[in-house]
Design a protein around this ligand. Structure first.
Ligand code: SAM
Ligand code: SF4
Length: 474
């Protein structure tokens, strides 16, 4: 079977569902990888070219342990070659957990009477943001259940409130959204509040499974959700995030569903999604999940490596749903963003007590480390923790694409910006030990930089940060 991008360019009309179940199964069932073919596909990805559905199926069907290892090594090489050492940090902030949908996997489902429902008041929202700023966070994703209370105006108002909160040197410089799909005019209202990325996960691309796990409410409409981010694009939001919830259906189908979604965006809007998320189902209050499709750690790490190779220029997000050990392994495959210091119980950031109560949250998280602890570990592992928000604030949207297409982009923009935001964090929030460790990482990376204007400029700016200036970026 030959993949033809032209076929999709013609077939992909905006706002029309684009998943062809039979086509995906044909790729899975009919692609028979040889060693040579798998290596060719890995080499194509290392050459920074996006893989077709068929080529992705080659990697999916390569189950020989030696080839699986080569795929993982390929993902690691791609990360080193392209992404450098940065890992961007963010935190999720749950604004309201009322929900009219009945998604069987989620603790917020409308039938869950045990769930304690709340919506943060403006004052509580401010307290949460202050607590997050006090820890050093600069990037948030606001999360909402789906409910008439959380209309576009409500979402836009909460975004504006968050941007206004300034605690000490703290401020939130980028607010992303994870909420229900909206109508075009409503997306415009949210866009005007200055959001970064709008994320909507399809959960499962398999229509019959979708119907079996979304029992009631607006989310039961597969097509409306699938085309949600097309409406966002029409409204001017060109920074969008897709995702699948792994564990609802065969992971191989979901991986190809995600790649098909990427193709659709490229065909219609000339640019792929900004990020891909791959949450794996975790325990939740009153959730009901068949175990048949649960994804093992082995398959999960493999599928993340495959996704990395399939879409070399798309940001990948890994959350605290996963335990520390899995996060460590997967990070080396080119994850670009992780959350740190995550609390998903409503109002938890500004509370003193530390315990997890499933009836007050959407699902269980498995990496409870503080932002400081995560940064400490990233530094130990030679990463540069970054809070950079420069591209979005200078209008350079689609930055992941630029990282690939503009020679030297990472070297000239991303790495220096990561170093400056790390330097701010070290000055304002780090313990003395982390500050010392971080200073060494900055010095080491500076020493590795080519001499020239950019380095001179960076050294000068790092000096300005030391004496109190903030928010410097290229
Ligand atoms: N209500 C909005 C929606 O459904 O799009 C907001 C999203 S929800 C609060 C964020 C995401 O969490 C969902 O899209 C889903 O993929 C994920 N999720 C839900 N239940 C989960 C569970 N039990 N384990 C892991 N992730 C889960
Ligand atoms: Fe509501 Fe979203 Fe949970 Fe579904 S996943 S029940 S829409 S919060």
């Amino acid at each position: 079977m030959i993949y033809s991008p032209e076929k999709y360019a013609i077939a992909d009309e905006r706002m029309k569902p684009f998943i062809d179940e039979q086509e995906i199964w044909d790729f899975i069932n009919q692609t028979k990888p040889t060693k040579e073919w798998v290596r060719e596909v890995i080499a194509k990805s290392l050459d920074k070219k996006r893989l077709s559905l068929e080529e992705t199926a080659v990697l999916i069907n390569a189950t020989d342990p030696e080839l699986v290892e080569e795929i993982k090594q390929g993902a690691k090489m791609l990360k080193e070659k392209v992404y450098g050492k940065r890992i961007v940090l963010f935190a999720p902030l749950y604004v309201g957990n009322y929900c009219t949908n009945n998604c069987k996997y989620c603790g917020f489902r409308t039938t869950n009477r045990k769930q304690i429902r709340t919506t943060l008041t403006e004052e509580q929202l401010i307290q949460e943001v202050e607590a997050l700023e006090k820890n050093g966070q600069k990037r948030l994703i606001l999360v909402y259940g789906e409910h008439p209370k959380y209309d576009a105006q409500f979402i836009a108002d909460s975004v504006r409130t968050v941007y206004k909160v300034k605690k000490g040197n703290g401020e939130i410089r980028r607010v992303n959204i994870n909420a229900a799909p909206l109508e075009i005019d409503d997306f415009k209202t949210v866009h005007e509040a200055g959001i970064g990325t709008y994320q909507i996960f399809q959960e499962t691309y398999h229509r019959p499974t979708y119907a079996s796990v979304h029992l009631a409410g607006k989310k039961a409409n597969y097509d409306y959700r699938l085309t949600g981010l097309d409406r966002a694009q029409e409204a001017g939001i060109d920074d969008v995030g897709i995702g699948a919830l792994f564990g609802l259906y065969d992971w191989r189908f979901e991986v190809l569903g995600l790649i098909r979604h990427v193709n659709h965006f490229e065909a219609c809007y000339n640019v792929g999604p900004h990020t891909i998320s791959f949450p794996r189902i975790k325990d939740a209050s009153e959730y009901e999940i068949v175990d048949k499709y649960r994804v093992s750690d082995e398959d999960f790490t493999r599928l993340v490596a495959i996704l990395r190779l399939a879409v070399p220029y798309t940001g990948m997000i890994l959350t605290a749903r996963e335990p520390m050990e899995i996060r460590r392994e997967i990070m080396s495959f080119g994850v670009s963003q992780i959350d740190g210091g995550t609390k998903i119980e409503m109002g938890a950031y500004s509370k003193k007590e530390e315990h997890q109560d499933l009836d007050k949250e959407q699902f269980k998280i498995n990496d409870n480390r503080s932002l400081g602890e995560i940064i400490d570990e990233l530094l130990d592992k030679d990463y540069i923790p970054s809070f950079c928000t420069a591209c979005y604030r200078t209008g350079r949207t689609g930055e992941h694409f630029m990282e690939f297409s503009v020679p030297g982009f990472i070297k000239n923009y991303c790495t220096p910006n990561a170093m400056m935001t790390l330097a701010e964090y070290l000055e304002d929030y780090a313990t003395p030990e982390v500050k010392e460790k971080g200073a060494k990482v900055i010095a080491k990376n500076l020493a590795e930089m080519e001499e020239g204007k950019i380095k001179q400029n960076l050294v000068e700016r790092l000096g300005r940060i030391k004496v109190g200036e903030r928010d410097l970026y290229f």
